[in-house]
Design a protein around this ligand. Sequence first.
Ligand code: UDP
Length: 337
Amino acid sequence: MTRTVLLTGGAGYIGSHTFVALVEAGYSVVIVDDFSNSKPSVLTRLGRLTGLNKVEAYEGSVLDDAFMERVFNAHEFDAVVHFAAKKAVGESVSYPVDYVETNVGGLTTLLRLMDAHDVRRLVFSSSATVYGDPDIIPIPESAPRSYTSPYAFTKLMSEQILEQAAAADPAWAFGILRYFNPVGAHPSGTIGEDPSDIPNNLMPYIAKVAAGELSHLNVFGDDYDTPDGTGVRDYVHVCDLAMGHVKSLDALMASNLGHTVNLGTGIGSSVFDMLQAYSRACGKTLPHVVTDRRDGDVPVLCAEVDRARELLGFEAKRTLDEMCASSWHWIQTGAKE
Ligand code: UDP
């Protein structure tokens, strides 16, 4: 029997890759997106990639009750995968109320509608940011949670709302997925990350240096207590991450038991590791300048990955070179279309 899934934020970076993975896994997927940080043309690309004649999609906001009610009335959803949210840490510091409204308000609107329509399974986009500045590396899911930005606060609060809802009503089954650093693009070059402004994150910034749109990478500090002094992160290929959502959904469908898992590789890479890997991918040495540390940055974030493997059978397999090569392929092809 084909299961139908509502995918909010399905035109976005991770959402679009997850759409492809869900369709390939046999799910029927309906997208809701307000295109506030994505383009409607992504839908055409998704049709091309999956071979679907029609990508079922609605333009609107998850905050819009009446709109969402119409979407829920038009389909018999078995589950929801919820991406639609704001995600820029710096912006959240300037607009904390907007972040709570969209990220937390979007989630509660969705939960109310799901409850009313008896849809009880939800996969939720959380983030390693809920670990704050962790004491233990690699970070187990049991590590204490905290927040260092309004964005992180919204993710932590959302996790807590889901935990309290599940405790109050065991019919709920939530898959809470804590992403580490998603990078790369679909190997076809058809979809990828497409920031319109100067990127805040490392990989899209390096990509613009490689493309000649920015002169050099600013390395935010080389005096951390790490092997080469630069910040270390757990970069995970977006296609592996997308598969993590399929595994999470499969598990919710099979058991109706919730889970909270890290999605990462368990491997830490420094800023210089990343710069070198991207230089290999694009075939030129990319210039950099070491600057001061960025406010709020922590030295090392790296996932403990055992729980995702044990509970979901999830393992991120793609290498740093594959992440950089797919990003560069996307920048040279799809992103220019
Ligand atoms: N970083 C950097 N220059 C940049 C952007 C990021 O040196 O232009 C560093 C940053 O300090 C961190 C790592 O790259 O150590 C990853 O940063 P990103 O913003 O991509 O992810 P996050 O900090 O949210 O994990």
